[in-house]
Design a binder for this molecule. Structure first.
Ligand code: RIB
Ligand code: CA
Length: 313
């Protein structure tokens, strides 16, 4: 369902259970001009295959280009304990018919943003592809509408007390992106932990009795079991769809311009997004940090994307 009025996005992802829900959400509310995959939750082979499976399930016409198979300067760090061995939990989606359109995600990002104005880059995995694209052509940051990322957090981590997975998995990439001068929007854990979904939402999806809704129900249940931020409630934070909705429905959110740096050295804090909240200090604000969300409306839009999926686009 593409219309000119919907914001154009390139979704850079590491599916990933919540990435898959983000793809469903973007399919309904955004104009997806491209999808790029990156190593993150699971290997690049799995994240690419999973993105292709979602493309097939959702009949997405936009191209998929695979990208970085490892971080810029560290060893690959995966999260199969959270997303399952292959990355899509216990779903059983049909194997993709197609291969990726290329293995040059960086080249696609640079070329597509030269061809078309006003594209939002929406990275929801480690920032490796985005950093490599900026490194190859720093003017990228001036021709995109925004880089709106799921990652980091103001005062909260998940891999460690200080670091969130997408940043922790490739801190050097994140550091380059946060220093790039881009119009940066950080949708971090302090925000996404307010958007919790689980078994009751999965039950709603199952009632819809469609292939997309069945997949969404399975993903939400799996996420609730493994991601649960409130033990026993089967509620898990729905991280990645929040970054998509921050672009498509900005009025649901509040943010503040902040100075944010990425810690690379700390023995206990490597991968931290250090957010300067000292309002009385005059610092260079390099990032809008997201703090508030109308969680009920956000969840409603995610479920509406599931219920209103139109296979004819
Ligand atoms: O910390 C949450 C983030 O890490 C999400 O993007 C999830 O998919 C994982 O990549
Ligand atoms: Ca992700």
């Amino acid at each position: 369902m593409v219309s000119e009025s919907k914001p154009k996005i390139i979704l850079d992802c590491d599916p990933g259970v919540d990435d898959a829900i983000a793809i469903i959400t973007a399919c309904r509310w955004a104009n997806i001009v491209g999808i790029t995959s990156v190593s993150g939750n699971v290997s690049i082979e799995h994240t690419t295959s999973n993105a292709l499976k979602m493309k097939k399930l959702l009949n997405i016409a936009a191209p998929l280009h695979s990208g970085a198979s490892r971080p810029i300067a560290s060893e690959p760090f995966h999260a199969s304990h959270v997303h399952g061995q292959t990355g899509l939990g216990d779903t059983n989606l049909p194997e993709p018919d197609d291969l990726a359109d290329s293995d040059d995600a960086v080249g696609f990002i640079l070329e597509k943003t030269r061809e078309e104005e006003g594209i939002h880059l929406v990275p929801i995995g480690p920032l490796t592809n985005i950093a490599l694209a900026i490194k190859a052509d720093p003017s990228l940051v001036n021709r995109v509408a925004s880089i709106t990322l799921m990652g980091g957090g103001a005062g909260v981590g998940n891999v460690t007390p200080a670091a969130e997975f997408n940043i922790f998995a490739d801190p050097e990439a994140a550091d380059l992106v946060f220093r790039s001068g881009a119009q940066l929007n950080m949708v971090g854990l302090n925000l996404t932990h307010q958007v919790l979904m689980g078994s009751m939402h999965a039950d709603y999806c199952y009632e819809l009795n469609t292939p997309v809704a069945k997949a969404a129900g399975d993903l939400l249940n799996f996420n609730g079991r493994t991601h649960g931020t409130e033990k026993g409630s089967h509620l898990g934070a729905m991280h990645d769809p929040c970054a998509v909705l921050a672009v498509t429905h900005p009025d649901l959110f509040t943010s503040k311009p902040r100075s944010v740096v990425v810690e690379l050295e700390g023995a206990h804090t490597r991968g931290q997004t250090l957010v300067d909240e000292r309002d009385w200090v005059d610092t260079e604000k390099n990032c809008n940090v997201y703090y508030g969300v109308d969680s009920e409306k956000a969840i409603g839009l995610i479920l509406q994307a599931v219920s209103e999926f139109d296979p004819n686009g």
